[in-house]
Design a protein around this ligand. Structure first.
Ligand code: SF4
Length: 113
């Protein structure tokens, strides 16, 4: 029983959406979910396209990048998630820059301190 404790703690901490993960279904576990360079991620990604919790899975993978840097999650490979993260960061920076310009260009507004 005590030997099972780490596994039980891990199960309890799993987000509830994981119970609906299509990759947990028999038959999909044998797919290559962690393809090495030059191996195809396409079969796993195709399964993700039909998964009901794809958005939750992708958000989870993006939030836990340090622990999930490789493998298919949320329909994207690790490389695709890195690209998405970079694009989002660039979009955030652009939005922030635009926001700063709007504050400067509006006449009559108090200058932020
Ligand atoms: S999106 Fe893909 S990796 Fe994520 S739970 Fe669904 S099938 Fe599994």
């Amino acid at each position: 029983m005590v030997d099972d404790l780490p596994e039980l703690v891990h199960l309890v901490r799993r987000p509830s959406w994981m119970h609906d993960a299509l990759c947990r279904e028999p038959g999909y576990a044998a797919l290559n979910w962690h393809p090495r360079p030059r191996e195809s991620a396409a079969p796993a990604i195709e399964v993700c396209q039909r998964c009901l919790v794809r958005d939750e899975c992708l958000a989870f993978a993006l939030d836990n990048d340090a622990h999930l840097p490789v493998g298919v999650y949320g329909g994207l490979s690790g490389k695709q998630r890195r690209r998405l993260r970079s694009q989002r960061a660039a979009a955030r920076r652009e939005r922030d820059d635009r926001g700063a310009v709007v504050v400067v260009l509006r006449p009559g507004r108090p200058t932020p301190t």
